[in-house]
Design a protein around this ligand. Structure first.
Ligand SMILES: *Cc1c(COP(=O)(O)O)cnc(C)c1O
Length: 349
């Protein structure tokens, strides 16, 4: 049971703190200077990460944002277009990094409610270079889709979108910050989702529970260039084995993501039963809760929930995101539903 007054933090799956085993692994990690590729723990993490997504090679980087921006930088020339879904993280939440760091011009695809870009939409969005037009340098997809409530996009739909780009000689990057959540929800191996794309990023520091770090992966030629760009972006780290060691343990947390998904489902069901609240069944660990029917703006809900001991984040005018992770269990979820229920009853009155 949660302590009566303990804060239940569902703002993000990034809020987890490292387990005792992770702290011990960090303390005991064998290290070296990773810029010289002398850190055995980082080297091991990169090998294991590449295996986990079925790529030739992988690179350890400080964040998911850096992983994506490295991919954009490696794949595009300044002035080329970057084709993206319009609610994607790379487009909406990375401070226009593609424009600022890589000089890319962004074109967006509307992928609808389920956020699966159709082959037709990709075809329409691709631009061939000519006397007037810059040409598309990269198509970037996202799975699971954060803004669409952690939607798990089936591997064949990713493959269909990617095939159109690759037929036009345009590489494809997958923002797979939560690709293992997608794999677990779909009952496939992450490598099945990654197989049709050229490069992928994923976060060790979200549902997998590591304190720091992400991976960007692809073939050896890509990773060699990505290593140079990581240095350029200020992400060359020295005795990084200290933070990579917990990352190795994080890779063992893939199967348990199913618990987070079950907790998100339990949370959504509990909240959906409240008057004026809509919380569709989530695919993975993100529940998106709509309080328009109760006349409660998301900003009010978030503030009142915080006072009541539940952390969540505002998504839009009337939608709020609740994310489950390895530091909350079923009892925490039941307590959260009760607290949010009280908040809704008070604010909606
Ligand atoms: C969290 C997230 C990122 C960025 O990861 P950071 O480590 O926070 O920089 C990128 N894409 C998606 C879809 C994410 O959810």
């Amino acid at each position: 049971m949660p302590e009566a007054d303990a804060f239940i933090d569902l703002r993000s799956d990034t809020v987890t703190t490292p387990s005792a085993a992770m702290r011990e692994a960090a303390r005991d990690a064998e290290v070296g200077d990773d810029v010289y590729r002398d850190d055995p723990t980082v080297n091991e993490l990169e090998r294991r990460a590449a295996d986990a997504v079925g790529t030739e090679a992988a690179l350890y980087v400080p964040s998911g944002t850096m992983a994506n921006q490295i991919a954009v930088h490696v794949h595009t020339e300044p002035g080329q277009e970057l084709l993206l879904e319009r609610e994607s993280h790379v487009y909406r939440w990375e401070l226009a990094g593609a424009a600022k760091l890589s000089g890319a011009q962004t074109r967006t695809i509307d992928a609808g409610e389920r956020c699966v870009p159709t082959p037709e939409a990709v075809r329409e969005g691709l631009v061939e270079a000519d006397l007037h037009r810059p040409g598309t340098g990269l198509l970037a997809l996202e799975n699971t889709h954060n803004y669409r409530g952690g939607a798990a996009i089936p591997a064949d739909r990713i493959a269909a979108a990617a095939e159109v780009a690759r037929d036009a000689d345009v590489p494809v990057h997958l923002d797979g910050a939560r690709v293992f959540n997608a794999a677990v929800a779909l009952g496939v191996d992450a490598s099945d989702i990654v197989e049709p794309v050229d490069t992928v990023s994923f976060c060790l520091s979200k549902g997998l529970g590591a304190p720091v770090g992400s991976i960007v992966a692809g073939d050896e030629v890509f990773v060699e260039e990505a290593r140079r760009v990581r240095k350029l972006f200020g992400g060359g780290m020295r005795q990084a084995g200290m933070i990579a060691a917990p990352g190795l343990l994080a890779l063992e947390n893939v199967d348990r993501l199913a618990d987070d998904h079950a907790n998100a489902e339990r949370l959504a069901a509990g909240l959906d039963a409240l008057d004026g609240v809509r919380a569709p069944e989530p695919d993975t660990n993100i529940a998106v809760v709509d309080t328009e029917g109760a006349g409660i703006p998301a900003s009010d809900l978030v503030a009142a929930c915080e006072d009541a001991g539940v952390g969540c984040v505002e998504f839009d005018a009337h939608t709020t995101r609740f994310t489950t992770h390895l530091d909350v269990d079923g009892d925490d979820i039941d307590a959260a539903v009760e607290r949010v229920g009280d908040v809704v009853a008070t604010l909606g009155a």
